[in-house]
Design a protein around this ligand. Structure first.
Ligand code: GLU
Length: 448
């Protein structure tokens, strides 16, 4: 191991105490950089790698709001503007009780390299709040979103920082935030947020993009082995936008998807998921996954443990729920059961140990989040393009653009990994390709 990388790692970890998810993301990226530094010692000049690990700006703010029962609530809001070397900060907002500064920093760090891999001109950022939208009325959600934007608006802008959705933030929340931004600024600045509704500047394919992109990437991984999705058994975790549209595209390609989950449990449907029913329950009714088992048939199993999805023997596993949801035991079970491909639809869903095990296992391909799920943010960048040109593209045109981008991200990762002597190591390829582009731009821009 390169001594300098070890020193850098220790320094970054000490400087960001108590942020385990940020540590996990940084360690994985810095470990991948050791071979690059041997051939490119100039990357150690002017401490550019250390600067890369330090966000450009971190904003933390109070979000006071009154709920429909008249209670005063105080949440904490975040926006971490991580890196603007390639374009305006770009990345989602997450509303979930587990959100804290370390989580937002890990997501912003990953976002920077993910956005770089898309090949589009977007920097990296992330934000959110510890607000829990679950079980809240529309009126409460609106009150929260309006208060959140009343502070956030001063930090964002179409040329500055462009938030979007993530866990707990979809078109409804983006709508309330866009409306408040418009009132405060008196500008219809469409490019300030992405994930908007179709009639007010949103893009076709944006809701589907992360899930579809995940499948396009996994399809390319399978193709390197001369295989495709037709007839493959697939397990998916989660039941939000990413999971649902990954299931949709996998089914279109002939796969049998047998699992889905939410925070309260999981389902195993041996006949293959009934997607219309799942969409009805999760996207329309905002209900629980247990209702799927109640309404589908007797053959469906409901399990209270959401991680039971990894007990099912499958060819392809797609963790699409949240960080660190798939641990080393689950990874070993999947491998023992004959897994061929695992592709991360969520951000960092494999623990560090699980990821190492997958990378080391002969015959298993592991696609890391920053490459696999880049289709969401890539389509956000396509939404920004449509906003800037006051245009509106068709579904087919936009989906083709997404597919081309995902094929290109896959090829970039594969070719980079090959250049460094490990052709099937997508983690190495994604990290090296994602980081070097950002670092080259930072060096060109002086001491930024
Ligand atoms: N939250 C998504 C991600 O993790 C999308 C961000 C965006 O569209 O800006 O990449």
């Amino acid at each position: 191991m390169h001594a300098t990388i070890e020193t850098l790692k220790n320094d970054v970890l000490a400087r960001n105490a108590g942020e385990p998810e940020f540590h996990q993301a940084v360690v994985e990226v810095l470990d991948s950089l050791a071979p690059v530094l041997e051939t490119h010692p100039e990357y150690l000049d002017q401490d550019v790698i250390r600067r890369l690990c330090e966000p450009e700006r971190q904003v933390i703010f109070r979000v006071p709001w009154i709920d429909s029962k008249g209670n005063v609530n105080i949440n904490r809001g975040y926006r971490v503007e991580f890196n603007s070397a390639l374009g305006p900060y770009k990345g989602g907002l997450r509303f979930h009780p587990t959100v804290n500064l370390g989580i937002v920093k890990f997501l912003g760090f990953e976002q920077t390299f993910k956005n770089s891999l898309t090949g589009l001109p977007i920097g990296g950022g992330k934000g959110g709040s510890d607000f829990d939208p679950h079980g809240r009325s529309d009126r409460d959600i609106m009150a929260f979103c309006q208060s959140f934007m009343t502070e956030l608006y001063r930090h964002i802008g179409e040329y500055t920082d462009v938030p979007a959705g993530d866990i707990g933030v979809g078109t409804r929340e983006i709508g309330y935030m866009f409306g408040q931004y418009k009132r405060i600024t008196n500008r219809f600045e469409s490019g300030v947020l992405t994930g908007k509704g179709l009639s007010w500047g949103g893009s076709l394919v944006r809701p589907e993009a992360t899930g579809y992109g995940t499948i396009f990437f996994a399809r390319e991984m399978l193709a390197t082995q001369g295989e495709d999705f037709d007839g493959k058994r697939v397990s998916v975790s989660g039941s939000g936008n990413v999971a649902i549209y990954a299931i949709e595209k996998a089914q279109e390609l002939g796969a049998v998807v047998v699992t889905a989950s939410d925070s309260k449990g999981s389902i195993y449907d041996p006949d293959g998921i009934d997607l219309d029913l799942l969409k009805q329950i999760k996207l329309k009714e905002r209900g629980r996954i247990s209702e799927y088992a109640d309404r589908r048939s007797n053959r469906v199993e409901f399990h209270e443990n959401r991680n039971d999805v990894w007990q099912v023997p499958v060819d392809v596993a797609l963790p699409c729920a949240t960080q660190n949801e798939l641990d080393v035991h689950a990874a070993q079970t999947l491998i023992n059961n004959g897994l061929r491909v695992v592709a991360e639809g969520a951000n960092m869903p494999l623990t560090a140990d699980a990821a190492s095990l997958m990378r080391e296992t002969e015959g298993v391909l592991f696609g890391p989040a920053k490459a696999v799920n880049a289709g969401g943010v890539a389509t956000s960048a396509l939404e920004m393009q449509q906003n800037a040109s006051r245009d509106r593209w068709t579904f087919d045109y936009t989906e083709t653009r997404l597919e081309e981008i995902m094929v290109d991200v896959h090829e970039t990762c594969r070719a980079t990994a090959q250049e460094y002597g490990a052709p099937s190591d997508y983690v190495l390829g994604a990290n090296i390709a994602g980081v070097t582009k950002v670092v080259d731009a930072m060096i060109a821009q002086g001491l930024v």
